[in-house]
Design a protein. Structure first.
Ligand SMILES: [Fe+2]
Ligand SMILES: [Fe+2]
Length: 335
């Protein structure tokens, strides 16, 4: 079971352990730790902006994990075999676990889970735009594993070295599980590509619909990404959006060849001089439109998520009642 370096904020929301010192001494100690590539832990002093950036990033990441359960969850009851059903259940369950580690990591920064979930459910907080598209066929489930989880791994491996300790540690386990997700998706597609013409066409159609959206998962181009530079200075972000996108494309093109699918970009071509693949223009208008809440499934995803939360109220009530009972028993026994 994954555990945090626990340092729970007290009821006033302030940190329990604060190293004494003047504001400038504290800031200097923080900067020195960052410069030495050290880790910042929950009990350490940190600038408010660093804390806010992490809460925003980690909670958005957590929201993406649990909303990401929905498009694939739709296919659990329709998986083509018992084996595929078992794999998919395990994968979707993993994503729920990722959400849990990440909400826990964000809580060490002093923001409660209720607050984070309220932000998600009101539509104020964002999550990855990729989950606002429908999963039309079984091939979409394979393509999500291969490309969406593949892009997630590329994004998340550098986060294992993030300067904030609890986030970095959560990412180590998440990345191991994502690697299984990516491979199960690719393997499911390999099987379909050895099947009928109809199955092959289904895979190609899913690749056509998801390819560009996966490239957008790395975020806007570096030139239009004002928060990136500060994130890099703080050691939260280690590799820029464009570099990660390029690494993903370079890794994926040979996999597409083995699979026997065409990536839907006529400009995709090996550049001998750069030693990288060149690629075409991403439609950022569509990306921002989806981020703003106007993608094909934004409303449906949010409504499903809110309903699941409300339907789970009795579980939270029961867990709290049980915890209360245990505490009362412990007090009685100690008396
Ligand atoms: Fe995940
Ligand atoms: Fe995953």
């Amino acid at each position: 079971m994954y555990t945090q370096a626990m340092d729970i904020p007290d009821e006033s929301g302030k940190k329990l352990a604060v190293v004494p010192g003047t504001a400038s001494e504290l800031e200097a100690a923080f900067e020195a730790r960052i410069a030495a590539d050290g880790r910042i832990e929950p009990q350490d002093w940190m600038p408010d902006a660093y804390r806010r950036t992490l809460v925003r990033q980690i909670s958005q990441h957590a929201h993406s994990e649990i909303v990401g359960m929905l498009p694939e969850g739709n296919w659990i009851s329709r998986a083509p075999s018992l084996k595929r059903k078992a794999i998919l259940i395990a994968k979707v369950q993993d994503e729920g676990g990722h959400g849990l580690y990440l909400y826990s990591a964000a809580e060490t920064l002093g923001t409660g889970r209720d607050e984070m979930l309220a932000g998600l459910h009101s539509g104020k907080a964002k999550y990855s735009s990729i989950f606002n598209y429908p999963t039309l066929t079984w091939a979409d489930v394979g393509v999500i594993g291969w490309l969406v989880d593949g892009a997630a791994i590329m994004n998340q491996i550098p986060l294992c070295r993030c300067s904030y300790g609890p986030y970095a540690r959560a990412m180590i386990r998440v990345c191991k599980e994502e690697s299984f997700h990516q491979r199960q998706g690719y393997e499911a597609l390999l099987v379909m590509m050895k099947g009928t013409d109809e199955q092959r066409a289904m895979v190609q159609d899913a690749v056509n619909r998801y390819w560009w959206k996966c490239l957008a998962m790395f975020g806007p181009p570096d030139a239009d990404s004002p928060h990136s530079a500060q994130g890099m200075r703080w050691g939260i972000k280690r590799i820029s959006n464009d570099e990660l996108r390029q690494k993903f494309i370079d890794a994926t093109v040979p996999q597409a060849k083995v699979l026997g699918v065409t990536l839907p970009d006529p400009a995709l071509k090996w550049n001998e001089e750069r030693q990288h693949y060149d690629y075409g223009q991403i439609d950022w208008t569509e990306f921002w439109n989806t981020v703003e809440g106007n993608g094909p499934c934004n409303k449906e995803r949010l409504a499903t998520r809110v309903k699941a939360h409300n339907d789970g109220q009795w579980v939270r009530d029961a867990a709290l009642a049980y915890a209360r009972k245990q505490k009362e028993r412990a007090i009685k026994e100690a008396a």
